[in-house]
Write a protein that binds this ligand. Structure first.
Ligand code: HXC
Length: 508
């Protein structure tokens, strides 16, 4: 090897050591991979090309001029996931705790700009003590530069954040503006202010885990989508997710070969709906039996379980699925489920991913907790998201579709392209008993029972809606996949545009 090339290799090897072997060992002892090891798991073998390996910080305060580490705490570049291009930044906790300096931010911005130009997803592996304290406002400026790009990239290229270490202060806002957030249990945290500040200001005593751990954010707050046991699981899941997504809003959804016949009949679905209308069943069963090979990537499985969201494929092409879940809160829409599904619908619409909606919804959840916390505004988010979406929309009502929730769940009136109902569907303004008690207030229990039976016979079916053209066809449950697959084929050429506007004003 030429000496000059040897020197280059030596320089590279030094840069790859980041903050040194001692700190790498400390990272490993916490069960965490290093920034580069994470990239090796995330990207196809040998595909990652690093940029800006020799960038150093420009801080001269607090003795920083003598502490320079090539790369400055973040590894950036591009690679492939199953052959498809992605841009990646991976913060290196061994270098100043992965803290964000001005130059560190510039490196992230550079790959974000490239991803936007060429149309490829950005994946951020976050493991950082936040703003580089020695740099002060330069670091804050760096964060804002990243935030600005998160917003510009939103809806143009998919953005995925993996939280794999601490993520405090302003550092949480960049991930918050990305499309999906994965966290690692017991080693990742997200909070605006940590437990010590919380104690000082509010006198609350709370652990890091309770305040901003993976379980907290994937169950209670809904800030993050999925929690994983360790770095490797999270990184593999990121690969799986990317496989479902188009690279940008200029590309079509990816297509992968499937051996699953489009017209697979599922006789078991004819028995899915229990005889008793108040008995729950698991909507996952319908989802799994509809998508190719039962492969469903669920988002936010542990938060607002009354609605299910996630990605699957039909005939090899990605679809987004939104489904009421009768097993949780009887499938009612509430604040959390509305917000959860609304953002997902908007993601699908932004990236031209057709939306399948499975409906079994008894209405919005009543109560002061919901009303006083703004169910009107939050429920409107889902209504708004469906109404503005121009992607192919196919809806199947399996059982209840009552009241305002009927309208919201991708109804015909919100430009649903194909609105199907199973014969077990009940499409009405409300359940029979509630309706009769209002219309026939003051009547004897016997009369109420009689009228309820009449109401059920008249309205607890899909045919009133079908007679008005609100339901395009009443389909046999066993043929659901076939009807959806045929529908999606026909809708591939769908063209629909909303009126020109600078941007909309969704209720926030
Ligand atoms: C500079 C930092 C740093 C930071 C950590 N380090 N955070 N250096 N700026 N923000 C350095 C440490 O000095 C240490 O250096 C190394 O990283 C590892 O840190 P440890 O504390 O030893 O690790 P650990 O015990 O695991 O604790 C990790 C931590 C803690 C929880 C992240 O370091 C911490 O609380 N850091 C400060 C967090 C913070 O307040 N950030 C600013 C938030 S405000 P050596 O040389 O010993 O290895 C903010 C505003 C942004 O981000 C606003 C944008 C709008």
């Amino acid at each position: 090897m030429l000496p000059i090339v040897e020197q280059l290799e030596a320089k590279r090897a030094a840069a790859r050591l980041g903050g040194g072997q001692k700190r790498i060992d400390a990272q490993h002892s916490k069960g965490k991979l290093t920034a580069r090891e994470r990239i090796d798991v995330l990207c196809d073998e040998g595909s990652f090309e690093e940029l800006d390996m020799y960038v150093e910080h420009n801080c001269v305060d607090f003795g920083m001029e003598s502490q320079k580490i090539p790369g400055d705490g973040v590894v950036t570049g591009s690679g492939t996931i199953n052959g498809r291009l992605v841009y990646v930044f991976s913060q290196d906790f061994t270098v100043f705790g992965g803290s964000l300096s001005e130059r560190h931010a510039q490196k992230i911005c550079k790959i974000m700009d490239m991803a936007l130009k060429v149309g490829a997803p950005v994946i951020g592996l976050n493991d950082s003590g936040g703003a580089r304290i020695q740099e002060g406002v330069a670091s804050l400026g760096g964060y804002a530069e990243v935030f600005q790009r998160n917003v510009l990239a939103s809806g143009v290229v998919p953005q995925l954040s993996l939280i794999m270490g601490p993520c405090a202060g302003g550092a949480v806002y960049s991930p918050a503006m990305t499309d999906f957030i994965f966290m690692v249990k017991d080693s990742s945290y997200m909070f605006v202010t940590g437990p010590d500040v919380v104690k000082t200001v509010t006198n609350e005593v709370v652990t890091q885990e309770e305040l901003g751990g993976a379980v907290t954010h994937t169950t209670k707050s809904g800030v993050a989508d999925v929690a994983f046991e360790n770095d490797i699981e999270a990184l593999w899941a990121a690969r799986t997710l990317i496989d479902f997504l188009p690279l940008s809003n200029r590309e079509e959804v990816p297509e992968r070969p499937t051996a699953d016949p489009f017209d697979r009949i599922e006789p078991s679905l004819d028995m899915l709906i229990p005889a008793n209308a108040n008995q729950p069943y698991d909507m996952h069963e319908l989802i799994r039996k509809t998508v190719d090979e039962g492969d469903f990537f669920e988002m936010q499985p542990a938060h607002a379980g009354n609605i299910i969201i996630g990605f699957g494929r039909v005939e090899g092409r990605t679809v987004g699925i939104v489904a009421n879940q009768p097993m949780v809160l009887a499938g009612c829409l509430d604040i959390n489920s509305s917000k959860k599904a609304a953002r997902f619908v908007r993601f699908c619409d932004a990236f031209e991913i057709p939306i399948l909606t499975f409906v079994d919804v008894p209405g919005f959840l009543p109560g002061t907790a919901q009303e006083l916390n703004g169910i009107i505004k939050h429920g409107a988010k889902l209504l708004y998201a469906y109404a503005e979406a121009t992607v192919p929309k196919i809806t199947v009502i399996t059982r209840k579709a009552y009241g305002g929730a009927y309208d919201v769940m991708a109804s015909k009136h919100l430009r649903g392209d194909l609105n199907y109902a199973w014969p077990t569907a009940e499409i009405a303004v409300m359940g029979a008993k509630g309706a009769v008690e209002i219309i026939f207030r003051g009547k004897t229990p016997e009369e109420i029972a009689e009228r309820t039976a009449e109401y059920e016979a008249r309205f607890a079916n899909p045919f009133v809606a079908a007679s008005k053209g609100f339901i395009d066809e009443v389909i046999a449950p066993h043929s659901t996949r076939k009807r959806i697959a045929l529908g999606l084929r026909k809708l591939r050429g769908k063209q629909l545009e909303n009126p020109w506007k600078k941007h909309d004003n969704i209720p926030l």
